[in-house]
Design a protein around this ligand. Sequence first.
Ligand code: SIN
Length: 568
Amino acid sequence: MMLIVGAGVAGLSCAIAAARAGVEATLVTPGVLRPSADAGLAALAGGNTAMAQGGIAAAVGEDDTAADHAADTVAAGAGLVDPRAAHVLTAEGAEAMRAMLAGGFPADRDASGRLSLGLEAAHRRARIVHAGEDRTGAALHAFLAREVLEFVRRGLIRLTERTSLDSLLTDSGAVSGAVLRDAAGHRVTVRAGAVVLATGGYAALYPRTSNHAGARGEGIVQAAHAGAVVADLEFVQFHPTVLAGTGFLISEAVRGAGAVLRDGSGERFMTAVHAAAELAPRDVVARTMHRVLRQRGEDAVWLDATGIEVAGGSGTLARRFPSITAATRAQGFDWTREPVPVAPAAHYTMGGVATDLEARTTVPGLFAAGEVASTGVHGANRLASNSLLEGLVFGARAGRAAADYLDAGGSGAGSWANDTGMLAELSAAASVFEEVPVTVADPSWDLAPTGADARGPNSQIAAVSELSAVSAAVAAGLGIERDATGIDAVRRDCASLPGHAAQLATMVAQSAASRTESRGAHQRADHPATDPAQAVRQGWVARSTPHRSAGDDHRAQFATPLRSLAAC
Ligand code: SIN
């Protein structure tokens, strides 16, 4: 049985691929996928996918090629993109998009029926497919969910709602199932020959975030506990334009359509920094804003979209960006006539569970896709609107690879253990990391539990206060600009805290401490230059636990020299 955890774009794409491959699959989501009156639970299932605005980057325009899209992806990633992964993403992504369009995906079109493609930062041409104008994620989620629910109706996928991942089970170094937790805290052990993590990233560890509250990296921590290599955790992307005082994103597509950024004196500041001005790579814009805010002692800069309304005529902004128009209005702004205050917020995490191109992790039977994974496509800075595409492409790849793994009896070709390439690089890189002291108050994978959460009635209150302590620590020490003192403070502050968020923050800090250079989204005030010698993907292996000694053997076979990916 294939267990798929998470029902965003990657989980849904995986489930569809599994059903098409004819394997038994169970899809688990903390929310509800079936139509429901409970908007909160529906939002939990959609997660960050359903919140995405700008769109899906795909080389489907007449003058576009997957090679150009791959080149932009590699350039944005600041030397750390794996070109093989970028090739897979862009070539299969364009195919997947064409198939979706042929299957009725409701992409926005102009009056003549041609796809209306948006422009976003660091893309050399307009290639952003959008739907419902600025509600692309919701349209994509609904489109995929419809197909999944049809498979559920036909008995080809089992759907378990209101349920989350608690921990992974391993047996002789391979994943053998998971402990799941329902909304009431009851736990259940599920045996599965293959587990696919599609649980999202960890940008919601930060107090200022554009993300869904559930994006706290639980899947990454549990994968690490199961012995998986994780990589690139130091790379956290801050989106430049989140409406100040809210978590509401103002899509980069707005700048793509002509909006500009101004400081408190009304001056544009990006023109002096980068030839592409407001459409410079996202890390450059966020960093510049951070410096402007610090120099001026202000909390927000100003996004001026009034020129779009002037150029396009009255009603242009409301027509092209209906959600953003409503959100700005709700905050008391008329963005057709005045600039709106924006500030950077944590938006996307490039790092995660290291996978090969088939979404296989370093633990046999464990697969990862979407933001939880580190496939190598994003490097040090993700190109705008590549994330939904990644979920589509690598979610489907995960479903097919996990099906192959199950067909092969859970051994052999399905496991990255037999792939000598990238795994060797990552495992060797892992040796530069210190072991992180993992405080596990509740090593639930050692239990064979069924029953209520045993942590007592105050556990939720304690969890909330731990989470806010972790949030404060990462905001202070792992923000847009970091240095050794701040990073060490995160390690110190989180070391005494229980819970997976503190463990993850410690791992992120460990990764940030180890990268003694500035690159992409990782900007070190104490190491401002980029060091070509560090153009490698970093890896980190979880602390071994006594009951997983076989997993240690599994990792030991990959101690071969690190191959630099500087050529990217
Ligand atoms: C946006 O619409 O600006 C966000 C798109 C993305 O994060 O890629």
